[in-house]
Design a protein around this ligand. Structure first.
Ligand code: SF4
Ligand code: SF4
Length: 308
């Protein structure tokens, strides 16, 4: 049984409208499809939705809804540059770099491997000679998009950049700015898959989490990880089992029981969903009488009762 409304702190509610994250331990479970169909269901119910694509490694909401990305904003990050006149070649920065992005050649200041530098700035803080300068680099871009009455914010990392947490932080700042200027009934965040710090940052501004999984051993394993994370963050999870019936649904139920997490919806394997997916149409409007659309409508009713 779905519980009554979740308890949301007053300070959170002052800053954000009702919000939830659609997340998942692994990619390819249908996370974005769930986020889109819920966003469209809220819109059809007359609610104003801000949908955030925070899967910054490979955002796909614009493609899935066949909408254009507009008004690109550049997100920059820190990249160290070493001042040869000041550097004493003490090696402290090299030893402190947890990403192993620095080496110390015999006769020169440290040498950087920019593709593995995370921009953490530790080298700058530990340098006793003030020899580390800031050189900015492009980490990614934030875009706007719109689908009917749904406003969409999209974060996208530049190729070969790995600062997902920084991108999420910038997205979050844009969301807060947007909420200061416009009124929304609900904020929906489509997170990256996995349980890394970028996912944590996205989950932190949600009232509840909707982990989406599939009935496979890998799906069960990754659900286990994401439920551990929601437990640590003290965010109540409501699990959606996608493609229910194509594998062993029982293994997912067992993981939910282990974490006392509610399995809130079983979305059946449905060719109607795939046909809509191929045409970039949400199944709740493209094939409203299909089994998956009916499951999404039922899921929508439960989520609405939880967060609104
Ligand atoms: S910014 Fe961080 S990751 Fe990059 S070189 Fe400095 S310590 Fe290493
Ligand atoms: S910590 Fe500063 S002085 Fe030491 S090697 Fe690094 S840049 Fe040079």
């Amino acid at each position: 049984m779905t519980e009554a409304k979740v308890s949301i702190s007053a300070s959170h509610k002052e800053r954000f409208p009702s919000s939830f994250s659609v997340t998942g331990g692994k990619g390819g479970t249908g996370k974005s499809t769930v986020a889109i169909n819920l966003a469209v269901s809220f819109m059809l119910d007359g609610k104003k939705v801000l949908l955030v694509d925070a899967d910054v490694d490979s955002p796909n909401i614009a493609v899935l809804l066949n909408v254009e990305k507009r008004s690109q904003r550049r997100v920059t990050g820190f990249l160290p540059e070493f001042d040869a006149d000041k550097c004493t070649r003490c090696g402290t920065c090299v030893e402190s770099c947890r990403a192993h992005a620095l080496i110390l050649p015999e006769d020169r200041p440290p040498m950087l491997f920019p593709e593995i530098c995370t921009g953490c700035e530790i080298c700058r803080y530990v340098c006793p000679s003030d020899a580390v300068k800031e050189k900015s680099k492009t980490v990614g871009y934030i875009y706007d998009a719109r689908y009917e009455n749904i406003d969409i914010l999209i974060g996208e990392l530049e190729l070969n950049q790995i600062e997902a947490a920084l991108m999420i932080q910038k997205l979050r700042e844009e969301v807060e700015e947007r909420l200061g200027n416009q009124s929304y009934d609900v904020l929906i965040i489509d997170t990256a898959p996995g349980a890394h710090c970028g996912v944590m940052r996205a989950l932190e501004f949600s009232d509840i989490a909707i982990p989406v999984t599939e009935p496979t051993p890998l799906g069960a394993h990754d659900l286990d990880l994401i439920l551990e994370l929601t437990n640590i963050l003290n965010i109540k999870p409501f699990v959606v089992l996608n493609r229910s019936g194509i594998g062993d649904d029982e293994i997912i139920k067992k993981v939910c029981e282990k974490h006392s997490a509610e399995l809130i919806s079983n979305i059946p394997f449905d060719m109607g969903l795939f046909e809509c997916y191929a045409k970039s149409i949400p199944v709740v409007t493209g094939k409203p009488d299909s089994p998956s659309a009916k499951a999404f409508k039922e899921l929508y009713g439960k989520i609405r009762d939880l967060v609104l």
